[in-house]
Design a protein around this ligand. Sequence first.
Ligand SMILES: [Zn+2]
Length: 418
Amino acid sequence: MTSGHSAGSTPAAFLDDFATMSSFGATAAGGVDREAATADDGRTRRFLADWFDRHGLTTTVDAVGNMYGSIEFVPGAPYVLVGSHLDSQPTAGKYDGAYGVLAAAHAVRGIVEMVERGSLIPQFNIAAVNWFNEEGSRFSPSLMGSGVFIGKFDADEILKVTDRVGISVRDALSDIGFHGNDRQPEAVSYAEIHIEQGPILEQEGTTIGIVTANWAARKYSITVHGEQSHTGATHMALRHDALVGASKIVVAARELTQQFPEGLLLASVGQFDVEPNSPIVVPSKVTMAIDIRSSDPDVLEQAHEMLMAAIDKETEVRISIDTSALRPSTSYQIEGVELAEKAATDLGLSYRRMLTMAGHDSVNLKDIVPTVMLFVPSVDGISHSEKELTHDDDLLHGVTMLTETVARLVRGDLESSS
Ligand SMILES: [Zn+2]
């Protein structure tokens, strides 16, 4: 084994950096509000770039705002990438994504020190990454930066995407100084650590989750078309109320989940806009976003059919499905899972294999390179909320685990095991 602890990243330094980082876009309730390419995302990014500088890493930024803090050990060799995302939901917790980016930065620094000490002979180079717009709240779709990195999205198309007030990704990134033109590093493998966003690790008292696969998900944007009229002067039989039609779909999404054993299907409408949204007007139009997920791809497909049937049944209004996207359940490479298990065993940390319900940039990266996804406990499983909490000792165990995992990737353990 390479190291029993994360050299170069003292617990105090990590917690201190995390506190500083969490001050950008801080909310009164203890969370953060820093959607992609906002001023507060920019402040957090400048903190990270400065951190990279101070720790001897070279900062580069690609066209879609992905940031890399890299170091070349082996001229011309590809890079082990390790990262997550700094952007957040509108009012969010301070751990989701940001923890993984800072942990990655500290892991890279720890590995540089191992190499300098001679306790690690690198086969590959290494870079910490902050992926642009993982959350997809300001700009849709989510997992944007990593999606461009793996070639799933076209950079020029992504740069044209606009937010709700018409600002493009290109302009928003330019405004904060992060529309770069640096080349993407060539990846050989990827690692990411994230809070679990579920209650399993905390309930079991397990320190580390090693992710084997992601839940399948379907996301829809839907428009309900009604007919605008006077709320006080239109006979009920003549109404085409978009809000009534939309409400039935909201309830149908909830009722879908009751058709399956508890916990097998999750469904919600998370976004809902009513037009013209005036007190004396029967609504003419509702746009909404539906998100359904399952650990079982067959259940997801059944739920999809049932949702489509509920939409077809509607007669008072017309419903159009503007976009419908499937994120299939796919597996992380088993050799990466086993590498992480060995690392946890050697460090004496308790661990278990598990699925991820939420999407992560690692779901994209694993399509092109062997990828290790790690979790640390989330208190009560709360996430996308200012109440999100992971205890300091869990944060620190995660940094140690990530450092050890990435050290093995840099040493070439994956290649020698296969
Ligand atoms: Zn996240």
